[in-house]
Design a binder for this molecule. Structure first.
Ligand code: NAP
Length: 279
């Protein structure tokens, strides 16, 4: 990397909300030169309370990387608004998992990128460490800088080919919101057994965590447990009979998916019985 492209370039974070605040705090803690740009009085007050330094016009003009931490729908207009204020060589980077680099507008010689942390940040003081971040850019120096940024704030960098972004983002959504949606079907099944949502969540969340620990320790197939993994079609038939129809609509495709994970280990007749039930 040339001296004009330092490994820890000057950063301006636009937006002092959940992610913008968390990223700016994490970078500042690692001694990055980071300034924040807030659009409102409320945003500026929040930044000061967090101990973040506001960006002057000179900071914006001197930034090498401009991180847009604004709502997805504002990425394009905010990028257009900022372009004339940034140096020609400065990179524009958004943090939205669902958006391609096109959201930043035509490159016209400008370096573009995306830095999408795979973490649910509900407060700027949340730590990002221990999670992953998807990085997309066609620029080698920006990729190096974003990977350095990731490493410094404790994020594991994952390179995502730009053309496959929608599939990547669908996977991310399934692993977060999809798991919560599956859990809501589990709570509904407990309700059918006369158990309140509060009691259901108190019992089910530790169970979900133990299942995730199993996957962490042994991978998807060996970490998958339950009647499908045991080849027990009698239990699955009883479940299907006991559940309300809206729960069956969730239980069936998830069970078919489970059978794909473990079917190769089951006796052929047990597998066939399960396939027939879940068809
Ligand atoms: N939070 C997460 O878990 C998470 C995780 C991964 C990626 N992301 C991505 O990060 C981005 C920001 O999400 P967030 O959750 O941090 O949102 P947020 O908490 O709602 O914060 C958005 C920030 O953008 C500012 N803003 C809104 N419209 C603006 C505009 N037109 N011009 C300038 N600033 C504007 C807001 O200013 P005010 O303070 O004045 O309202 C606020 O500071 C999104 O692209 C999101 O997809 C978020």
């Amino acid at each position: 990397m040339s001296p004009s492209r330092p490994s820890r370039p000057r950063v301006v974070v636009v937006g002092t909300g959940r992610l913008g605040g968390a990223l700016a705090l994490a970078l500042a803690a690692k001694r990055w030169h980071v300034r924040v740009l807030a659009r409102s009085e409320e945003g500026r007050r929040r930044a000061l309370e967090l101990g973040l330094k506001p960006a002057t016009d000179a900071d914006v003009a001197q930034a090498r990387v401009c991180l847009l931490c604004v709502p997805d729908k504002s990425v394009s207009p905010v990028a257009e608004e900022l372009k004339p204020r940034l140096a020609r060589g400065a990179a524009l980077v958004h943090c939205a998992g669902a958006l391609s680099l096109e959201a930043l507008g035509p490159p016209r010689g400008r370096v573009l990128g995306s830095f999408h942390p795979l973490v649910a940040v509900s407060d700027p003081r949340d730590s990002l460490a221990g999670n992953s971040v998807a990085i997309s850019t066609r620029s080698r120096w920006l990729r190096d800088a974003l990977e350095r940024m990731a490493k410094d704030v404790g994020l594991r960098a994952l390179r995502v080919p730009e053309k496959k972004r929608a599939a990547y983002h669908a996977g991310a959504v399934l692993s977060a919101g999809g798991v919560v949606a599956a859990l809501s079907a589990a709570v509904e099944a407990f309700r059918a057994a006369g158990i309140s949502e509060e009691d259901a969540l108190a019992a089910l969340l530790p169970l979900t965590r133990s299942a995730l620990r199993g996957v962490e320790a042994r991978g998807l197939s060996a970490g998958y447990t339950g009647p499908i993994a045991r080849g027990d079609s009698g239990v699955v038939a009883a479940h299907l009979a006991a559940l309300p129809p809206e729960s069956v609509a969730v239980y069936q495709p998830l069970s078919r998916r489970g059978l794909e994970l473990v079917g190769h280990r089951l006796p052929p007749e047990a597998r066939a019985a399960l396939e027939a039930l879940l068809d």
